[in-house]
Each structure stands twice: as C-alpha cells, then as structure tokens.
Design a binder for this molecule. Structure first.
Ligand code: C6P
Length: 422
C-alpha cells in the first residue's frame, strides 16, 4: 500500500479505481427491482442493456412535445422532429469519429445494417467465384447475410479459423485473403467469447488485398471508445439497444466514396430526388438508404445514450469494465466444475462458461430463481459452439453499472447451483 503524508499528495487514482458504478446504477430504474424476491443482478448486457433515465426521458419528451414526421413538413413540430433526428445523426458521427454525418445511416439494428451492405454493396461488387471472408466467431447476423449473397452471386464464403483460446489465427486469416476476396466481415468483439479482434491489423491486411472491410461493432461500442478512422474499415455497424438506447434503431457507418456509389437497399418515400413512372432519381446518402418513415424516437434515444456515455466517460468505462472482467474471470473460474469458453488475451465484457454435467439452460433457470439474469444458449453463434464442442454456454456479460457485488452474488449462486444440480 502507498503511504502518503500531509506534504506528499496522494497519487491520482487510476481511472478504474475512481469509477463509481453505484453512482451510475442509480440512473437505471429497471435495475432497482426484485426478481423472485431477490434484488435483480443483471448480467445479460450483451443481449440488451438497460436504459438510463436521460434516455427514457428523451424518448418520452420527444413523444410528448416534438412528435412529427421528419424531412416532410414545414410546420414547427416537423422542423423540431427533423432537428432532433439530424442532431442524433451528428451525435453518432462524433461517437465513432466519422468524418461526416452524411456517412451515418439509421437502420433497425446491426442485423439490418449488415444485410444492407450485403445486398447493396455486395450485389454490385461480388460476382461468381469471388470470395467473402469472415471469422469463426461471427454472430449469425454476420454469417447468414453473406451466405445469402453467395447463393445469389455464386461467390464463396471463407472462414478464418480460431485457436483454442478463441482468437483468430492470423496466419490463416492472411492466407485466406486472396485477389478474389471482395469483402472481409469481422466482429470487433465476439458476443459468444468476448474476444477483441485486432481490427486495425486485420483491416490493414484486408485493404492491402483489395477487399472492403465491414466491422460488426455491436458488442464493442457500449464498452470502449471507437474511432472508425483509426480502425481503417469501410463499414461499421452497431445497435442502439445494446448501447443503452432504444430497441429498433441501429447505425450503419460507411465511407462516403462507397455509399455514394451504392444502390438503394429498399425503395419508398424519402429515398428519392424525383419520381416519374418512367424513371426515379435516388437521393444522396444517407437518405438513399432510409426509405420510409424512420424510427425518429429511436434515433433521439440513441443520441441521448451517446450524451450519457460521454458524460460517464468512455475511457473510464473501458478501464473499469476491464478490471471487473478480470475480477469476474478469476472468481468464476475458481468455482468447481466451471470451464471458461473464450480465454483470449484481449477480451471485453463477456464471460462464457460451461458447468460440468449441468446444461447451460438449467444453470440459467436456477440463477433466475436467485434474481440473476445471464444468457444460456448458443448466443446466435452456433459455429462457435461447434468449434468448442459444446451445445451451449452460460454467458455473463457486463456493463458500466455492474459491480463486484454482482459478481460475488453470481459466484455464490453458481456454487449453490452445483450443490443442487451437480
Ligand atoms: N447479439 C446477444 O445476446 P441486433 O439483433 O441486430 O441488435 O444485433 C445482432 C448482433 C450482431 N452482432 C453481434 C456481435 C451481436 O452480438 C448481435 C446481437 C445478442 O449476443 C442477441 S443474439
């Protein structure tokens, strides 16, 4: 322990030590409830996060005061709604350090963003015999849209394999990048393993091979600062609901040069400059990719979530969660019969494990009786389960409001589960 005297100032606390999760927890009304008579311990943040009061208030305020359709009316409410919607777009731009707000497309979520890129960019840039390269740790949302594109075009899907810790084998990845690779699609953080991919290096290699790079940031943006320019990717996607914002909203960021040359994904109102029965001229991005009435309240809520994260401090969140994950890893793996799935050197916020002789769903059910919410199953990443030879895992996933106390409760409950079911 470092001793200090009256004349010697104490060293500044580390970001993680200074972070007070109890202060922020109080902003999340849903956390202050009991489940089966026990205080809720919410450890399913990779599925969706809870919403802080400022986000709930922003959505409510929008509906109470500003609700109108955007970009359509000259009346005051429509102007206000449009300002709120475009303000949220500007907030997203800052959030991921994108060069221009025009590069930010609002969609329903990460899934829709990937489908948009596959069907728009993919259908024009990928042909028969071309290759799309993904990794062995992708969520189904970053597998199936590419399989569909392969079926439609005759392209071939390649998969970079994983080592036993759940890291991409970079030599294999590099070997699979060929002159036929048109698109590389990889997750920033794996939802099933917690692995943080070395995106900067992987994107550099991919672009060197002439491929466009899509990064699935669904599990990254809630936990760490993200800078799409530094990553060197072409597309970055995420969902608002995993980022303390509302469900039904997400973001596709794409480099302007690519978006400008892409065809629309869907047709309808708002995405056109002019329409006759003979010919339609499409609007510029991002409107070109936002056919129909958008989820304005969702975007407003996401904007409020971004402001909230900035207020808490994204670097501080990353440092705190890193320490909490290390604590959780040490404690959970000490429970008899527990085996971690995903032991990469670089991990974020996710702890997947199996308990010897007990099905993950049974663990999840017993924990729920004790007020603890984790996810049990394949986490929409069945190929990861196949790679590690398990049908399912238990997954505890952290957010800025989780505490060591939450982890202690989980560890106690896992030991009890073992006594009851083991
Ligand atoms: N993962 C989980 O419990 P949507 O459903 O579009 O908001 O997000 C899809 C998605 C894409 N990529 C990654 C890495 C994800 O983790 C998810 C969603 C949730 O792990 C629900 S399956």
């Amino acid at each position: 322990m470092t001793r200090t005297t009256a004349t010697q100032p104490a060293p500044p606390p580390t970001a993680a030590a200074a972070f007070d999760p109890y202060r922020w927890r109080a902003d999340f009304p849903a956390l202050a409830q009991e489940i089966h008579g026990r205080p809720l311990v919410y450890l399913d943040n990779a599925a969706t996060t809870h919403k802080p009061r400022p986000v709930i208030d922003a959505v409510q305020r929008y509906y109470e005061r500003d609700n109108a359709n955007v970009h359509r009316g000259v009346h005051t409410l429509s102007v206000r709604a449009t300002e709120r919607y475009e303000g949220a777009r500007a907030a997203v731009r800052r959030f991921i350090n994108a060069p221009d707000s025009r590069e930010v497309v609002f969609v329903r979520g990460a899934t829709e963003a990937i489908n948009l890129v596959a069907q728009s960019y993919g259908r024009t840039h990928v042909g028969s015999g071309d290759e799309i390269l993904i990794t062995g740790m992708e969520h189904h949302s970053n597998i199936v849209p590419w399989q569909m594109l392969c079926e439609q075009t005759g392209a071939v899907l390649r998969v970079a394999p994983l080592n036993d810790d759940g890291e991409v084998l970079l030599d294999e990845y590099e070997r699979l990048l060929t002159s036929r690779t048109r698109i590389v699609a990889l997750t920033h953080v794996s939802n099933a393993l917690g692995t943080v991919n070395p995106v900067i290096e992987m994107a550099r290699l991919a672009r060197h091979a002439g491929a466009a790079v899509l990064v699935d940031g669904a599990q990254a943006v809630p936990h760490q600062p993200v800078d799409v320019r530094a990553l060197g990717c072409d597309f970055y996607v995420f969902s608002a609901h995993k980022t303390f914002g509302p469900m039904g909203t997400g973001v596709l960021w794409g480099r302007a040069e690519l978006l400008d040359r892409m065809s629309p994904y869907q047709g309808g109102g708002e995405m056109i400059r002019s329409v006759t029965f003979e010919k339609t001229v499409y609007a510029e991005p991002p409107a070109r990719f936002e056919a129909g009435t958008p989820n304005v309240a969702g975007a407003v809520g996401l904007g409020a979530a971004i402001d909230y994260l900035d207020h808490v401090g994204r670097c501080a969140i990353a440092a705190y969660e890193r320490e909490l994950l290390a604590y959780a890893t040490e404690r959970v793996q000490a429970v008899p019969g527990v085996r971690l799935i995903g032991t990469a050197r670089e991990k974020a916020s996710i702890l997947s494990f199996v308990m010897e002789g007990i099905h993950a769903h049974d663990v999840g059910t017993v924990l729920d009786q004790m007020g603890i919410a984790i996810r049990s199953g394949h986490h929409c990443a069945q190929p990861v389960m196949q790679r590690f030879g398990v049908p399912a895992t238990c997954r505890a996933s952290l957010a800025l409001y989780n505490t060591r106390e939450d982890i202690d409760t989980l560890v106690y409950a896992l030991a009890r589960t073992r006594e009851v079911l083991g």
